[in-house]
Design a protein around this ligand. Sequence first.
Ligand code: 21W
Length: 196
Amino acid sequence: MKIDVLTLFPEMFSMLSDYGVIGKAIDKQVLDFSVHNIRDYSLDKHKSVDDTVYGGAAGMLMKPQPIVSAINDVKTKSSKVIYLSPQGSILTQEKAIYLAKEEHLVLLCGHYEGIDSRVTNNYIDEEISIGDYVLTGGELPAMVLIDTVVRWVKGVLGNEESAPSDSHCDGLLQYDEFTKPRNFEGYEVPEVLLNG
Ligand code: 21W
C-alpha cells in the first residue's frame, strides 16, 4: 500500500514512521509512506497557504492553489483522496478494513478553520472524521487513520495473514487478563487462570 500525506506540519508524522508497527511496515516495504509539505507547493511570493473568508466570517481558510497543486503532484488514476475533516463520516473498523484494500491513499490534513469548499467539492473522494470532538487540525486524525488501516494490510502484523477478522471484538471482550507476578502488592491472579 502507498500512502501520501499532505500537511502544513510534516514533522508531526515522524512519530509514525520512526516507531512501532508502522515504522516496521515501512522498513519491510509493505508500506510506501511519504509526507509532503503543502507550503512547498505555494506559488505565492511569500509561500502563503491561507487567506480570509469571503462573506466576512472570522478566521482563515487554507487557499485552494497549494492544496490542489499538491494533490495533482501525488495522485494517479488509482488514488483515493481523503480529506480529514470534522464534517466527514466517522471512521469505523469496517471503514478501515475497506480502506486497507486500496492501492494508494492520499490524506489531506486541514488547519485553521478548514479549506476552501471548491477543494472539497471537486478534488476529494471522501471526507473522514475520527469522532465528534474538535481538534486543531487533521494531522492526529490522519495518524489514527493510518494506524488502524495499515494493520489490516497483508504482511504488516507479524504473522503473514492480516489482522484476524474477529479482532473487531478482541480488544473489547469483557474478561480480565493478567501477567506475572501471580501476586502484585497483595492483588492475586484469579485461581482458575493459574493452570492451563
Ligand atoms: C476544527 C477544522 C474545526 C475546522 C469557517 C469557520 C479533521 C477533525 C479534523 C478543525 C473547524 C477530525 C468553520 C474529529 C476534528 C480537523 C480542525 C471548523 C468550520 N469554517 N475528526 N468555521 N475532529 N479539525 N470549521 O476536529 O481538521 S478529522
